[in-house]
Design a protein around this ligand. Structure first.
Ligand SMILES: Cc1cc2nc3c(=O)[nH]c(=O)nc-3n(C[C@H](O)[C@H](O)[C@H](O)COP(=O)(O)OP(=O)(O)OC[C@H]3O[C@@H](n4cnc5c(N)ncnc54)[C@H](O)[C@@H]3O)c2cc1C
Length: 411
């Protein structure tokens, strides 16, 4: 059996950041990342909006708030030191109706409480100065929000892991996990790997890996697809930075918005549509196993009962470009249907409780020699280095693991 000190399942941005952070804290540790796809960032990490989030949205004291503020600063430093393209373009969150102002003010309070630099309230004239084509009664300006390409960030993490003596193996799908008294054994079609410590960063499949390892996880990942349109280049002058609506506080999604990409393109989206396949990037995609598990989960039916109205509206907007454009016109009235062509999509791994509630905060489950990273949707790309630092600190602190000693005895 091949062995490692720390094995990580998944070469998305969180798994790779964890491997890199382990090697930074424990130079010489045998660190192995096992990924089922032929390259890094094949799922959420390679299909997101590319925003370096500031941390304004999240409940003060939550993991999302802490890790996004710290993670954003680390991400900007990383991109600048490693020559990964990034840009601090700023963003506005816009209340388009007076009744949204109290929720906007709550976001402003959160921004201050979370220590987000430079946030300020704008009136309609102030908004017009920053985004002349946006319409709103009030807005928040977050000058420090940035953009990057997380696929490139993940690729750079993978290169640095290899340079530091770690290994990333592609085409290795984990099919089983078992814990013995002194190690964790991961089975793939190619054989078995033993590790003193394992971190499950399997994104859309992390709950399955956790259950196969014997963790008592009653919650399930429910996939929510986010679909984008791309703005015609001739209309780019309508958007200067990032323009977001006031989000519905019942959901961990931000509402369809305009995003500048690091390539210079402008995207509109993503919506949040229930997907019937965990890797269902197109509308018609159904995976029989995913669908059977989804419909057997009581939390799905409870969620459907609670939010059927919003869920149906999202499905309608997914099929109706006119409805999508109408939502965008609330923010930028000059946008027309002809200005938009079909764009890409991504699928979010959202943990849902048996009660039907969507888990709002990041959730990491520490079970003996394994950490299961079970709910790290947005802003986890931004926060990846901060999440990784926390995971490494957690497994280093566990008295029975003594990673330093494991490393010494294996070297
Ligand atoms: C539409 C969309 C927009 C977003 N926008 C932003 C944004 O602007 N800013 C931001 O900060 N965040 C954003 N996010 C969130 C961000 O992309 C995710 O939080 C982040 O990528 C999660 O990284 P991950 O490594 O946990 O998961 P993933 O990137 O999904 O990686 C998990 C990896 O595990 C592998 N894997 C799964 N099962 C197995 C197995 N059995 N064996 C081996 N490997 C396995 C997968 O192949 C995959 O490579 C967005 C997400 C989406 C979907």
């Amino acid at each position: 059996m091949k062995s490692a000190d720390v094995a990580i399942v998944g070469a998305g941005i969180v798994g790779l950041a964890t491997a890199l952070e382990t090697l930074r804290c424990y130079p010489g540790a045998r660190v192995l990342v096992l990924e089922k796809e032929p390259g890094p960032a094949a799922h959420q990490t390679g299909h997101n909006s590319g925003v370096i989030h500031s941390g304004i949205y999240y409940r003060p004291g939550s993991l999302k708030a802490r890790y996004s503020v710290e993670g954003a600063a680390r991400m900007v430093k990383f991109c600048s030191e490693q020559d990964v393209p990034y840009r601090i373009c700023g963003k506005v969150i816009v209340a388009v109706r007076p009744e949204q102002v109290p929720q906007l003010e709550e976001l402003y309070r959160r921004g201050l409480a979370n220590g987000v630099p430079g946030v300020r309230m704008l009136d309609a004239a102030g908004l017009h100065e920053i985004e002349p084509n946006a319409a709103g009664v009030r807005a928040i300006h977050v000058p420090g929000t940035g953009i990057t390409d997380y696929k490139q960030v993940a690729q750079r993490y993978a290169e640095m892991i290899a340079r530091s003596g770690g290994e990333v193996r592609y085409g290795e799908k984990i099919r089983g996990v078992r814990q013995t008294s002194d190690q964790v054994v991961l089975s793939t079609d190619g054989g078995e790997y033993g590790a003193a410590y394992v971190v499950n960063c399997a994104g859309l499949h992390s709950d399955r890996i956790a259950r196969s390892a014997g963790a008592q996880v009653k919650d399930r990942i429910i996939p929510f697809r986010g679909e984008y349109y791309t703005l015609e280049p001739s209309r780019h002058d309508l958007i200067r930075g990032l323009i977001y609506p006031v989000p519905d506080p019942r959901f961990p999604f931000l509402g369809v918005h305009f995003t500048l990409r690091i390539t210079g393109e402008v995207e509109a989206g993503p919506n949040a549509v229930l997907a019937f396949s965990r890797e269902g990037y197109s509308k018609g995609r159904i995976n029989a196993r995913d669908l059977a598990e989804l419909t057997a989960f009581p939390g799905f039916w409870r969620m459907a009962r609670k939010y059927w109205r919003t869920g149906s509206a999202e499905i309608y907007r997914s099929f109706s470009k006119r409805a999508f454009v109408a939502a965008l016109q609330e923010l930028v009235p000059a946008i027309q249907s002809n200005d938009l062509r079909d764009g890409g999509s991504g699928v979010r791994a959202q943990l849902v409780e048996p009660s039907g509630s969507l888990v709002d905060d990041f959730r990491l489950i520490h079970d003996r020699r394994i950490t299961h990273v079970c709910n790290v949707p947005s802003p986890a790309a931004t926060a990846s280095l901060a999440i990784a630092a926390n995971i490494v600190a957690e497994f280093a602190a566990r008295a029975e693991l003594k990673l330093g000693q494991t490393v010494q005895s294996s070297s």
